[in-house]
Design a protein around this ligand. Structure first.
Ligand code: ADE
Length: 229
């Protein structure tokens, strides 16, 4: 998969993309992540990328020219499955959407800043708008990192133990069961004995029951969304 990210702050991505699973996924060739500084496509010598909004109002707006020139140059080399804009007014991100996006070959992700981007970019060049939650961030960069992480970790082969992505919370519209590791006894707090029983059937049953209980208690609406069969 190739993910091209358009941003005014490419350095923000350095940390999250150069550690742990995202780092390994890139090293193993499962994903190529390219960061593009929108400022490089600015049309004037001051490298301007934002301007005052028509009609007045607070804040600046990201200009249409640099963003569109950047998108079009990338599109001349790559056919994108989706051109995504991260925005609080997009569709709310969930596991179903990340699963779907992880099946694509080429994604372009645009990060907005300031008061947003010129509406003409949204209506004519963006194919999908995604929000990571009902709150407003200072820009789309953190949201793009979250979206990228959620997509890349489920590309087959990225996780060592492939089943560990399948057993994530949300994969079956259920939360994950609790997990424990050594020591067995921490200040009198012990691990449920069934996990040490060696009885695989009982362990699977216990985990399932714990998932159901936890989902009902914490996310009661979620189990209604479970697929039939
Ligand atoms: N940009 C600003 N806030 C955002 C949010 N909640 N989700 C995605 N992009 C954003």
């Amino acid at each position: 998969m190739i993910i091209d990210i358009l941003t005014l702050f490419p350095e923000m991505f350095d940390g999250p993309f150069s550690h742990s699973i995202l780092k390994r996924a890139q090293l193993k060739g499962h994903v190529i992540i390219n960061l593009h500084n929108i400022r490089d496509w600015s049309v004037n010598k001051h490298k301007t990328v934002d301007d005052y909004p028509y009609g007045g109002g607070a804040g600046m707006v990201m200009m249409v020219e640099p963003v569109v020139r950047c998108i079009e140059e990338l599109q001349s080399k790559t056919a994108y499955d989706e051109v995504i804009y991260l925005s609080p007014d997009g569709e709310l991100l969930n596991q179903k959407i990340t699963n779907h996006l992880s099946t694509f070959n080429n994604l372009l992700i645009l990060c907005g800043h300031y008061k947003g981007i010129d509406e003409r970019i949204r209506t004519h060049f963006i194919t999908r708008e995604i929000s990571i939650g009902d709150y407003v961030l200072s820009g789309g960069e953190l949201a793009a990192m979250i979206l990228t992480d959620a997509i890349v970790r489920i590309i087959p082969g990225v996780l060592n133990d492939e089943t560990s992505a399948l057993s994530d919370s949300f994969q079956d519209n259920m939360l994950s069961p609790p997990v424990y590791t050594r020591p067995y006894d921490f200040r009198g707090l012990t691990v449920p004995d069934v996990l040490l029983s060696g009885n695989d059937k009982e362990i699977v049953k216990w985990k399932y029951e714990q998932s159901v209980e936890r989902t009902k208690a914490r996310r009661p609406g979620m189990m209604g969304e479970r697929r039939e069969g």
